[in-house]
Design a binder for this molecule. Structure first.
Ligand code: PLP
Length: 285
């Protein structure tokens, strides 16, 4: 496994950011995680668009254009020379005074971190994972909008810790109004009577690129799909559940709060969507 870090255009095996970088001090940064297929980036345009939306959301100017990112990502992947790559792009506010006010930060720091792709164990895809509904609420849209992918993930870290204590693989979070939102690094879907349902963006979730692809795919394949606002009770009659994310792709969920969902195996609609998604990745240029 080789790890290469491109820091503002210079590639190193190891890189360091200043202890005075506001990304380190305050989580004042934005980021993206990009996967590869045949070591070529997947959905890079969408990830760069979201990176810029996130940067706008925190009034951060990204000093490089998309062409720069494309070139530097390719160059870093090539030097790292792994079979498949995990790419993390981070843009921090940069070095400034030890003060919450970002006006002393004049140079954002741009990192492209490339390492060997890690995959989830096959058993998890075959058997599904266990989710726990946690007491930690997803950040309110009016506080730190979950639609902005910032380096401040403490909300999700706390949810993940609680899920671990409850013996689950991951957490399912509700918003402050008690509606379903998402997991700590993935979007949430459930299926009832053949109908696919997923919390709408206005519940306060990240607009996941995999979520979006799955929604489009479901429409194209003729599956009924609804985006909306649901309380936790809506899951009582769910036949299937799954998560979506760049690295995990589609991950079946077969237990919620210790209770078996359906027959305890990934459901038929989940499995069909998993297959469609793999075919779609195979067809990407
Ligand atoms: N929700 C959260 C909170 C995330 O952090 C992520 C991925 O990082 C997702 C959802 C899934 O988004 P995507 O499919 O773009 O990877």
């Amino acid at each position: 496994m080789t790890t290469c870090i491109n820091i503002n255009g210079t590639i190193e095996d190891e890189a360091f950011v200043s202890v005075l970088d506001h990304g380190f001090l305050f989580g004042d940064s934005v980021y993206e995680v990009v996967g590869t297929r045949q070591n070529k980036t997947c959905f890079l345009i969408e990830h760069l668009q979201r990176l810029r939306r996130s940067a706008n959301g925190i009034s951060l100017n990204i000093p490089f254009d998309d062409e720069w990112f494309r070139r530097e990502i390719e160059r870093t992947i090539e030097i790292a020379d792994n079979q498949e790559s995990y790419i993390r792009i981070v843009v921090t506010r940069g070095v400034g005074d030890i003060d919450i006010d970002p006006s002393s930060c004049h140079s954002p720091c741009t990192l492209i971190f490339v390492t060997e792709a890690h995959t989830y164990p096959v058993e998890l895809y075959e058997n599904g994972i266990h989710l726990a509904v946690v007491s930690i609420k997803r950040n309110s849209k009016d506080a730190l909008n979950p639609g902005i992918k910032t380096g401040n993930y403490l909300n999700n870290v706390l949810a993940k810790i609680e899920a671990g204590r409850l013996g689950a693989h991951d957490a399912l979070m509700l918003n402050p109004s008690g509606q379903l939102t998402e997991s700590t690094t993935s979007n949430f879907f459930f299926v009832q009577d053949g109908r696919i349902m997923t919390p709408s963006l206005d519940c306060g979730i990240l607009a996941g690129i995999t979520r979006d692809t799955v929604i489009q795919m479901a429409h194209e394949k003729g599956f009924p799909l609804e985006e909306g606002r649901w309380p936790i009770e809506a899951l009582e009659k769910a036949d299937e559940m799954f998560l979506t994310g760049t690295i995990k792709q589609l991950m079946p969920v077969t237990r919620l709060d210790g209770k078996t969902i359906g027959d305890g195996k990934p459901g038929p609609i989940t499995r069909r969507l998993m297959n469609f998604y793999q075919n779609l990745l195979d067809r990407l240029e």
